[in-house]
Design a binder for this molecule. Structure first.
Ligand SMILES: Nc1ncnc2c1ncn2[C@@H]1O[C@H](COP(=O)(O)OP(=O)(O)OP(=O)(O)O)[C@@H](O)[C@H]1O
Length: 339
């Protein structure tokens, strides 16, 4: 199923929450929506689910206009942060439930629901806990059940709203892997709302960065990370150094050392017009070439296992620099860094 949002707007009273969203979710695609609190992520998800109607614009699913179609008539499933399991049902009953009630369930699944339930539990490594009730499960296990339940009717689109945010860091990484695995295995489109840009970069085919009811940028994780189109995206996704300077086509000269010139293809015009160059910490490296480096003084060092993270001052500008763990630079040391 292809889902298209065309100039979708949503207002609550006089508050414009979505200000014209254009987005296509391809069949089987994993789309992550990221953005600061209040930017409209959940509202967008609710419009996809049918819990809210757009004020204007069109929501199309395989070319059918869906603006006013209620949730139960859409071929979708939902996974929430809060698990939302039914307390009186065993794990296997939770996963079987949509097979009886979802509108789009195939005849094969209806005829042999037990086979489908076992397939889903096995995909989420939960077969051994099929007879447990929710209160007998850990948080991570509950979310595995919620995901198995969402998948069981084989919906064309799965909507996930911060599904991992109530779990601890280790479990989040574990379940990230499980969600990637089931996405590869079942090839259903996923729209995944998250605060955690690391999650989005790690899992999604396509990232949508939202800000104040609008889309700032849509791109692959690599495009969003290495070629942010606006200072907002550079700052919101990953840590970016924004250096001031002047642009001459694709050549950038930092204001701190105007004799230095760095070549950067594909930097967007919004940075060039603002006289800014976005640089990821790992794009700045120590150099001996004073035609190519700007002078910095190291202020702080953090050991992070495989890498060292340095905070450095270039005049008044604070920069973050990352290098291999075996590089040894001392606090107070002055050196040249370049790209
Ligand atoms: N039913 C409603 N009535 C009035 N205002 C609403 C309603 N639902 C959401 N809003 C407002 O719309 C804006 C966007 O809310 P939304 O929940 O979509 O943001 P979000 O990006 O998901 O935020 P968070 O990351 O904090 O969950 C907020 O200012 C919120 O107060």
């Amino acid at each position: 199923m292809i889902t298209e949002l065309k100039n979708i707007k949503k207002s609550f009273g006089s508050t414009d929450v979505l200000k014209g969203i254009d987005l296509t979710i391809e069949d089987g695609e994993f789309v992550a929506i990221v953005g600061p609190s209040g930017c409209g992520k959940t509202t967008l998800l609710k419009i996809l689910a049918g819990f809210e109607r757009p004020t204007s614009g069109e929501l199309l699913m395989d070319d059918a206009l869906m603006n006013r179609v209620p949730p139960e008539q859409r071929n979708i499933s939902l996974v929430f942060q809060s698990f939302a399991l039914w307390p009186h049902m065993k794990v296997k009953e939770q996963v079987a439930f949509p097979l009886k009630h979802h509108r789009f369930v195939s005849e094969a699944f209806k005829k042999q629901p037990d086979v489908r339930v076992e397939e889903m539990l096995s995909a989420m490594s939960m077969s051994h806990l099929a007879d447990r009730y929710p209160h007998e499960l850990s948080g991570g296990q509950k979310q595995r059940v919620a995901i198995a339940r969402a998948l069981s009717p084989a919906p064309a689109l799965i909507l996930m709203d911060e599904p991992l945010s109530s779990l601890d860091a280790k479990l989040r990484i574990e379940l990230r892997y499980e969600i990637q695995k089931i996405h590869r295995q079942f090839k259903k489109a996923i729209v995944y709302v998250t605060h955690d840009q690391g999650e989005a970069l790690a899992m999604a085919d396509k990232i949508v960065v939202m800000n104040a009811g609008k889309i700032e940028q849509i791109g692959t994780p690599q495009e969003i990370y290495y070629y942010p189109e606006t200072p907002f995206v550079a700052d919101f996704v990953g840590k970016a150094n924004l250096l001031e300077g002047t642009w001459d086509n694709d050549q950038f000269s930092p204001a701190l050392s105007p004799n230095v010139s760095w070549h950067f293809p594909k930097v967007s015009t919004s940075f060039k017009q603002a006289g800014l160059c976005p640089l990821r910490p790992e794009q700045l490296k120590p150099t001996a070439d004073n035609q190519h480096g700007i002078e910095v003084e190291i202020q702080n060092v953090q050991f992070q296992g495989r890498e060292m993270i340095y905070t450095a001052l270039a005049n008044e500008t604070q920069l973050t620099i990352v290098s291999d763990a075996d590089t040894r630079i001392q606090i107070g040391e002055r050196l040249l860094v370049g790209t």
